[in-house]
Design a protein. Structure first.
Length: 81
């Protein structure tokens, strides 16, 4: 993909949306951390949460690696974007 294509895709992430936290997160489920349950092989089901991506900018693109900077709301799991 071209730099322009990457920038267009990154722009689509801006704004408010719902995000499901990863199973290996520190969110508590019935008093236990989700990552501990996931490591035990238990099924972890987390509910989507509202997040906001205020801005996201391309820093470097060298196929296949993309480096970007993002300003996001609290509770956003950047690895899940």
């Amino acid at each position: 993909p071209s730099v322009s294509d990457i920038k267009n895709v990154l722009n689509k992430f801006e704004g408010e949306t719902q995000q499901t936290p990863p199973a290996f997160s520190a969110i508590k489920i019935n008093g236990k951390r989700a990552y501990k349950l996931a490591r035990q092989g238990k099924k972890v089901i987390l509910q989507p949460r509202a997040i906001t991506v205020d801005s996201i900018f391309l820093v470097k693109y060298n196929y296949p690696k993309v480096t970007f900077t993002a300003k996001v709301s609290s509770g956003t799991y950047i690895r899940a974007i």
